[in-house]
Write a protein that binds this ligand. Structure first.
Ligand code: UD1
Ligand code: UDP
Length: 381
């Protein structure tokens, strides 16, 4: 083998943000042929990331349809990947995280007996229905993959306890690499609502989209946000609403009439990171935001019952608020009223990486394929 042929498969917004810097890192190294296959599980939100990172995909399965089921996403990806794998002939397929694209991409590669590398491996709640279906997706990919790139020590320990086969590397999270190019103090927002926003006021960034929150939990979260805004007259809430029709409907019905709640289209990643960097704090059920906000020194209230990202909770910048309305209001009020509590959470910590995860992953792949003799060192916090 004179070059390692790597096919990176992804399809949703968070996967794209976290895989883009890795695809670019591999592309600039002479040992690799770096190729991309998009499933298109998300269309607009994915294309926006590709544009920002100036990435072009060699393959695009373009599977997105409105309101499609998990089974449809999974089967269309597996079928589409058959042809791509025949043509691309990769030595390694890289998948990321825990989406339906991740699971189906890994399974398709296995059917073709192509080695799978799992980026962001080993995150667990050990509750198979929460997050749903992500906990099962990442657990199954843990069985299929032979190269496991874990962001943190705790993630690697989960995999060792499960006795997964293959090699585990602790690399940090590639999202911290991505943030090196997105966050800028002189950034000017293109979004008119953000451009007009007075950031000397207290701005809360809100996101909420997870499937296990659909229904009553999401109703309660929205209702809590409504009460917080009504209670504190000086705050503004910015909510870039996920394009899922379920989420769109719930957000607009509950919060659409409030002047100080800005329901806006999903932001491109540059706008999003710079909005977070200028916010007072973050309320979210997103995985990615839980990793990004601590690096910016922004407190986070997690709108979920559990998290697979305990590191920032241990560091004190993230609190698990849950989905109970009274508790969400209590914790947000505490952050808004108690300066001491706020300052204790508003400290920049980097438990998720040092911005060199992509280089570590590239070196680990080289080691696996015999392009270097010594095993690369793990990331240490
Ligand atoms: C998916 C992932 C989830 C991840 C989330 C990030 C799965 C099972 N879940 O959830 O882990 O946290 O992405 O955002 O893979 N839509 C559009 N345009 C877009 C994107 C989505 O219209 O650009 C619509 C789709 O038509 C679909 C709905 O949003 O009906 C939901 O998308 P889907 O990919 O099924 O799941 P997510 O909830 O986004
Ligand atoms: N994000 C974005 N625009 C938005 C909302 C989020 O670019 O309007 C980014 C965010 O900064 C993070 C990623 O998307 O990098 C997280 O995606 P999401 O919350 O959809 O998924 P999760 O991380 O929960 O899987």
């Amino acid at each position: 083998m004179d070059k390692i042929r790597v096919l990176s498969v992804f399809g949703t917004r968070p996967e794209a943000i976290k895989m883009a810097p890795l695809v670019l890192e591999l592309a600039k190294r002479p040992e690799f042929v770096s190729m991309c296959c998009l499933t298109g599980q998300h269309r607009q939100m994915l294309d926006s990331v590709m544009e920002i990172f100036e990435l072009k995909a060699e393959y695009d399965l373009d599977i997105m349809e409105k309101q499609q089921t998990l089974s449809t996403i999974t089967t269309k990806t597996i079928l589409g990947m058959d042809r791509v794998l025949e043509e691309a002939k990769p030595d390694l397929v890289l998948v990321h995280g825990d989406t339906s694209t991740t699971f189906a991409g890994a399974l398709a590669a296995f059917y073709h007996k192509v080695t799978v590398g799992h980026v962001e491996a080993g995150l667990r709640t050990y509750d198979m229905y929460s997050p749903f279906p992500e906990e099962m997706n990442r657990t199954l990919v843990g069985d299929i993959a032979r190269l496991h790139f874990s962001p943190t020590v705790a993630n690697a320990e989960n995999l060792r306890r499960e006795a997964v086969q293959g090699d585990i590397f602790i690399t940090g999270n590639t999202v911290i690499d991505a943030m090196k190019t997105t966050v800028r103090p002189d950034f000017v927002f293109a979004n008119p609502a953000l451009n007009a926003m007075d950031f000397s006021k207290r701005v809360i960034t809100l996101t909420c989209h997870r499937r296990e929150n659909y229904g009553q939990p999401m109703e309660d979260i929205m209702s809590a946000v409504r009460q917080i805004v009504e209670k504190y007259e000086d705050i503004e809430v910015v909510y870039p609403v996920h394009l899922s029709p379920v989420v769109q409907e719930c957000a607009r019905r509950n919060l659409g009439d409030l002047d100080r709640v800005h329901l806006i289209e999903p932001l491109d990643v540059n706008e999003m990171h710079n909005l977070m960097a200028r916010s007072y704090f973050i309320m979210t059920d997103s995985g990615g935001l839980q990793e990004e906000a601590p690096a910016m020194g922004k407190p986070v209230l997690v709108l979920r019952r559990e998290t697979e990202r305990p590191e920032a909770i241990a560091a004190g910048t993230v609190k698990l608020a849950g989905v109970d309305k009274a508790e969400i209001i209590r914790l947000a009020s505490e952050l808004l009223e108690n300066e001491e509590v706020y300052q204790s959470m508003a400290k920049a910590v980097n438990p998720y990486g040092d911005g060199t995860a992509c280089a570590r992953i590239a070196e680990a792949i080289k080691w696996h394929f015999g392009f270097r003799t010594d095993r690369p060192e793990d990331f240490k916090v």
